[in-house]
Design a protein around this ligand. Structure first.
Ligand code: AMP
Length: 220
């Protein structure tokens, strides 16, 4: 199954994509994670992307399209994939269509997560991330066992620069201006599935699985 998670920053795309990736045994492809890894590794692409990311702007389309094009050709995508944070512009969505057509594949569903702005701001400001393995936490909703320390690898947690209040607003503006038009884009293609993104993580996970199971039954 080939899926896209669409939604504003803080909607829970990463959390749900990661859970679904384990359930369906297909990879989660997060352009944000790939870019942050390149920033950490200090590659030329990472150094260029960092300037945009730190200011809350989107990284240029050609950079992220190149990343996804390469990633989708890896063998672990043969049985499907979950795109998390891509596409984020209509140009990226068009480029995705072209690359999928070349690979003879198509997107089955776009899971569109909706959460109101006030909740997004609370969620993003409490987010923390492990500086070593990248695992995400939330100070209130998903705290680590020991404050400031990663449960998995014991490294320190930090707040992403782009999760700080000033940058957060810019990211939301970017979302409404450039990414939200994709809701219409995919609803016209009849593959959009709205998923209310508030409530317990497990409840949201269940509603996603219900949508996907329903569709598998309908198609069988
Ligand atoms: P995320 O972790 O998905 O919130 O992404 C963090 C940052 O990486 C974004 O604010 C952008 O600067 C950049 N980024 C991630 N994915 C994309 C994308 N598809 N297009 C442009 N920029 C992206």
């Amino acid at each position: 199954m080939n899926l896209i998670f669409l939604g504003p920053p803080g909607a829970g795309k990463g959390t749900q994509a990661s859970l679904l990736s384990k359930t369906l045994n297909i990879p989660q492809i997060s352009t944000g994670d790939i870019l942050r890894n390149s920033v950490r590794a200090g590659t030329p692409m990472g150094t260029r992307a960092k300037l945009f990311m730190d200011s809350g702007s989107l990284v240029p389309d050609e950079v992220v399209v190149g990343i996804v094009e390469e990633r989708l050709q890896a063998a672990d995508c043969n049985n499907g994939f979950i795109l998390d944070g891509f596409p984020r512009t209509v140009a990226q969505a068009d480029a995705l269509d072209v690359m999928l057509a070349r690979l003879g594949r198509q997107i089955e569903f776009v899971l569109s997560m909706t959460v109101d702005d006030e909740k997004l701001l609370t969620r993003i400001s409490g987010r923390r991330m492990c500086e070593k393995c990248g695992k995400g936490y939330h100070l209130v909703f998903d705290p680590p066992k020991e404050a400031g320390i990663c449960d998995l690898c014991g490294a320190k947690l930090y707040q992403r620069d782009d999760d700080k209040v000033e940058t957060m607003r810019k990211r939301l503006d970017e979302y409404y201006e450039k990414t939200a038009p994709l809701i219409d884009y995919y609803s016209q293609k009849m593959i959009l599935q709205p998923i209310p993104g508030t409530g317990a993580i497990e409840d949201i996970q269940n509603s996603i699985e219900k949508v996907l199971k329903g569709s598998l039954r309908d198609n069988s």
